[in-house]
Design a protein around this ligand. Sequence first.
Ligand SMILES: *[C@@H]1O[C@H](CO)[C@@H](O)[C@H](O)[C@H]1NC(C)=O
Ligand SMILES: *[C@@H]1O[C@H](CO)[C@@H](O)[C@H](O)[C@H]1NC(C)=O
Ligand SMILES: *[C@@H]1O[C@H](CO)[C@@H](O)[C@H](O)[C@H]1NC(C)=O
Ligand SMILES: *[C@@H]1O[C@H](CO)[C@@H](O)[C@H](O)[C@H]1NC(C)=O
Ligand SMILES: *[C@@H]1O[C@H](CO)[C@@H](O)[C@H](O)[C@H]1NC(C)=O
Ligand SMILES: *[C@@H]1O[C@H](CO)[C@@H](O)[C@H](O)[C@H]1NC(C)=O
Ligand SMILES: *[C@@H]1O[C@H](CO)[C@@H](O)[C@H](O)[C@H]1NC(C)=O
Length: 584
Amino acid sequence: MQSLTTFLFLALSASLATCKTITYNWSIDFVNAAPDNFTRQVIGINGQWPCPTIEGTVGDQIVVHVTNNLGTQSTGLHFHGLNQFGTQVMDGPSGVTQCPIQPGGTFTYSFNLDAPGTFWYHSHNMGQYPDGLRGPLIVHDPNDPYAGQFDEEFVLTVSDWYHTPVPTLIDQMLVTTNTHFLPPFPDALLVNDSSSAQLNFQAGKTYKIKVISMAAFAAVLLQFDSHTMHLISIDGSYVQKKDAYQIRVAPAQRYEFLLTAQTSVRRNYGFLASLDMNRDYATGGATNVWPFNITGVIQYDASKGAPPAFSVPAWTSVQDDAKLVALDNQALIGQPDVVDKDIRLNFNFGFDVNGIPRAYFNNSTYISQKVPSLFTAFTTGSSNTNPIIYGDVNPFVVNKGDVVQIVVNNLDAAIHPFHLHGHQFQVCERPESGKGSYTGHGRNFPAVPPKRDTIAVNAGSYVVLRFKAENPGVWLFHCHIEWHVIMGLSATIIEAPQELAGLTIPADHLAVCQAQGIPTAGNAAGNTANYTDLTGANTVPLFPDRGALFPKRSVPQVSAMKRDKRTSKLARRAADFAIDGYGL
Ligand SMILES: *[C@@H]1O[C@H](CO)[C@@H](O)[C@H](O)[C@H]1NC(C)=O
Ligand SMILES: *[C@@H]1O[C@H](CO)[C@@H](O)[C@H](O)[C@H]1NC(C)=O
Ligand SMILES: *[C@@H]1O[C@H](CO)[C@@H](O)[C@H](O)[C@H]1NC(C)=O
Ligand SMILES: *[C@@H]1O[C@H](CO)[C@@H](O)[C@H](O)[C@H]1NC(C)=O
Ligand SMILES: *[C@@H]1O[C@H](CO)[C@@H](O)[C@H](O)[C@H]1NC(C)=O
Ligand SMILES: *[C@@H]1O[C@H](CO)[C@@H](O)[C@H](O)[C@H]1NC(C)=O
Ligand SMILES: *[C@@H]1O[C@H](CO)[C@@H](O)[C@H](O)[C@H]1NC(C)=O
């Protein structure tokens, strides 16, 4: 044992020799911005918006000191796609791995960049990131398998955008009259947090483009005039190079691809980004489904003038990302028809006891608990393997080393992007829409599935995902349409709990809980004597749940007149999109 420890220490010291610590000191505050010429208050960092990029190289240590200067809202940061191996307490979702950071509170995130790729960070505190608190997170790869095949790299972010602040949008969504379960519809599309984008190309060169969707609701379709995308990575997992003319980037997904410039300069070229508001892309048809477009420019030579108009006749041949092949050749985990833990989740919409629209896994909506779930795992000893003690957070315990399969049967008529924290899962099967629920036995699974952290599940269809339980922690699995997180479309994977018992909570993390009187030990209800006694645990979602607001305001009852107005507004929107039960 001694020699193994010494060996590991030496190996680690050697590999870390050139690594550095990169420190960010961030004040999270309100600023004004007008990315689409509409001026509104947004959440920025150090008085700036767009928010800065976190950037480092594999092996680097990132330290982010956060001070919440919002005054009226709590906050927090999640580092999307980073697996936080050994630093599960730094993952960031409020109520899961930490308490929200209260106004005036300070908090430090510290973690290692252990894998290369294109990631992003965002608030994971009750719907807050569409108000602006999100930015790129880039991890450079000293051993890039595609090194030598490109000359320069660009980041290109895409997102939908709202003119109304999130707390107001949540108030309008979580009402008994929202019988179609409608989320708020965006007011604009942004590319690179602006309404225009220009890529400067030189003839003969090849560019690596890193696309990040920071959207809350809608996917973005992308096509470049006369330049084929050569896909090389999805969500931080390299894939075998594959050509694509169009891609559909769902909320929270990332794509890296190479674009080879023309060999000689004849003109400039356009590229089109379209916001996909179609609830089920595959069926098309509905009017007004791509209401927001941005035509970007691939600029070779300014003197050649603006590029000719570029439009896309049909968004048809969208790349099937479930058919890509992982570059590391990792075989399907487990046997096609045998896994250690099979978690099957039927997802649909319904109403809670207050008649408020919610989203459900197997008729169970996620309800945030008094004690953050990870702290329950830390403080309840060997009882932490009992899912009951975590309360109504859709808890699933998986043991260290288990081959875990998650099946989502999407009973809704819209596409939904599902994200797992802490893992790059294998996508074993993701059929087209209308295929019904999964009844198979893995016979169609590829030998080498693609891996990613966010997968779009088609309407009336399913996805089968797998991962090996080797990352002890408490990891959320949820739809990345932020409005559906608010509606409760989350489950909690409690992974290798035996290894979590007795771990310590950093002092500054404890301090933000204490400042708000949030308990940090015991079961979901904070009971430290009898863990199976859930008396006092939250069993009904807050009404309405506006967790980003601080201090929590009591909600006045909606007057009959206002309710009528909202009904007609929602009815109009439903009619505009010719839809019923528009889940997307
Ligand atoms: C961060 O910045 C604030 C305000 O400029 C300063 O008071 C504080 O000392 C800084 N913290 C660190 C860790 O650098
Ligand atoms: C914003 O204003 C600029 C300058 O007037 C204009 O060029 C641009 O088209 C406007 N963008 C939008 C989305 O309205
Ligand atoms: C987009 O923004 C990033 C910084 O976030 C910048 O590095 C990149 O060059 C921009 N891309 C374009 C096309 O403007
Ligand atoms: C956006 O682009 C698509 C594809 O070219 C087109 O079908 C759609 O009509 C455009 N929408 C608007 C509002 O221009
Ligand atoms: C969810 O419900 C389906 C259908 O009844 C069932 O097959 C599945 O096992 C359930 N999943 C869980 C995790 O209970
Ligand atoms: C959900 O509840 C409905 C109504 O009680 C029932 O028909 C359905 O089988 C349940 N679904 C699951 C997956 O448990
Ligand atoms: C703990 O609480 C459970 C549920 O209320 C109860 O059944 C059990 O008897 C309690 N155990 C003890 C030792 O009090």
